[in-house]
Design a protein around this ligand. Structure first.
Ligand code: TRH
Length: 397
């Protein structure tokens, strides 16, 4: 990723551009900063906004944005100002409040910043960007205002979702074009395989699977099924929380980036964690993608390939209705037997039962068709950055 500012699709004069501050507290993993960084880049490059990102964990951020320098309290990357948000009270060296303030995932804004928002001549638009859920209630709560108890400020809840009436999910304008160019270029794909795995692309008969997941007891059974299966499987595993299980299965000390292993009909490559664009390419070279959390779950949908979701586990199984709500959208028009096979597989991957790979693969043609159709349906909801920018502009008038 280059540190040169991108040319905005709508070039804006710096003096008139909408200024936007995004606050992000990293709870764990990469989804919090993954979503905020993607949103920041879109608001800057597609809408010409001047964006600052306040983030409390530069280590997590640097994994998906290698251009970032860990030691710097303030830096500019891809035209976006990044501030290391070190303590609850810190809000940048100079307290300039933006026109639009996005509080990601309920992270608390620094009180000094909120006080400055209230004192600003032109009241800023304050948005609380929520986590993605495909549940029906989301459309009712999207854009609900919440007045501040002490200041003359209103926070608006912005809910991502998969259905009409929600904020949608992030989708860059160039994404479909980039995917089509990659998929139609044997040279680009060959270069990807050599660079990411050190090997030539596998034969067309192999099923290529990407595996990005949390620790998952179901993985051992799946690895055995792939090893003993009738047709070859090539597994691509970004280094991370599932890598220990791969190392144990292959009887290796670790399954770090650059490792390769073969057992029966299964061959596996461990990949380095890349920037976000690199992760999209991984989804595009694969026939089926195992994804997790929030942002990779969305990217798999735009990749228009069948996918399996390891949802972020919550206390009291609060995540299970969310899993079913996503399935209800995604599997809606599948034939009943394919819908059942997919539902059973997703549930098994999330702790209920044993995943049956052969059964899932029997429905591969229907799943592939549905994946393409669903990407089209989801696009109808509109891109989250565009929806958010439109809403903010109506409030700024
Ligand atoms: O990392 P995640 O599990 O993130 C989250 C967090 O746990 C968060 O707290 C939780 O609330 C949320 O899930 C639901 O999964 P996610 O959301 O898919 O984020 C991963 C990000 O990392 C995504 O932006 C894609 C990116 N990525 C890369 O940029 N390069 C890579 O090589 C890989 C594997 C991922």
């Amino acid at each position: 990723m280059s540190s040169a500012p991108p040319l905005p699709d709508h070039a804006a004069d710096a003096s008139t551009a909408i200024a936007c501050d995004i606050f992000c507290a990293v709870i764990d993993n990469f989804g919090d900063i993954g979503v905020c960084w993607r949103l920041a880049r879109q608001l800057a490059s597609e809408h010409g906004w001047q964006v600052r990102v306040f983030v409390d964990d530069l280590h997590a951020f640097q994994k998906l944005c290698p251009a970032l320098t860990l030691e710097r309290a303030r830096q500019t990357v891809s035209g976006i100002v990044v501030e290391h948000w070190r303590e609850p009270a810190h809000a940048g060296d100079t307290l300039e409040v933006a026109d639009v303030v996005i509080e990601a995932f309920g992270c608390e804004l620094p009180p000094v910043y909120v006080a400055a928002m209230a004192a600003r001549t032109r009241t800023p638009v304050w948005i609380n960007l929520e986590y993605l859920s495909a549940e029906d209630w989301v459309a009712d709560f999207h854009l609900r205002p919440s007045p501040h108890p002490r200041y003359a400020l209103t926070k608006t809840f912005f809910f991502p979702g998969l259905g009409p009436g929600t904020g949608g999910v992030l989708k860059e304008r160039h994404l479909d074009g980039a995917r089509a160019a990659f998929e139609s270029s044997p040279t680009a794909r060959e270069a990807w395989w050599r660079q990411a795995t050190g090997h030539a692309p596998p034969p067309a008969a192999a099923t290529v699977v990407s595996l990005f997941a949390y620790e998952n007891p179901a993985v051992d059974s799946l690895l055995e099924q792939w090893r003993d299966g009738a047709s070859p499987v090539v597994l691509l595993v970004p280094e991370g929380r599932i890598s220990g299980a791969l190392a144990r299965f292959f009887d290796l000390p670790s399954f770090a980036a650059g490792s390769h292993a073969v057992r029966g009909n299964l061959s596996a490559h461990a990949l380095a964690f890349t920037d976000q664009a690199g992760y999209d390419a991984l989804l595009w070279v694969s026939d089926i993608n195992f994804v997790r959390g929030e942002d990779s779950f969305v990217r798999a949908q735009w990749a228009a390939k069948p996918f399996v979701w390891h949802i972020y586990p919550q206390a009291d199984d609060a995540h299970l209705p969310k899993l079913d709500a996503a399935l209800a959208h995604y599997a809606r028009t599948l034939p009943a037997d394919a819908r059942d096979a997919l539902g059973r597989f997703w549930h098994a991957w999330n702790g209920a039962g044993r995943p049956d790979w052969a059964q899932l693969q029997r429905h591969a043609p229907a799943l592939e068709r549905r994946a393409g159709e669903w990407a089209g349906e989801l696009a109808q909801v509109g891109d989250l950055a565009g929806n958010l920018a439109l809403f903010a502009k109506t409030q700024l008038i």
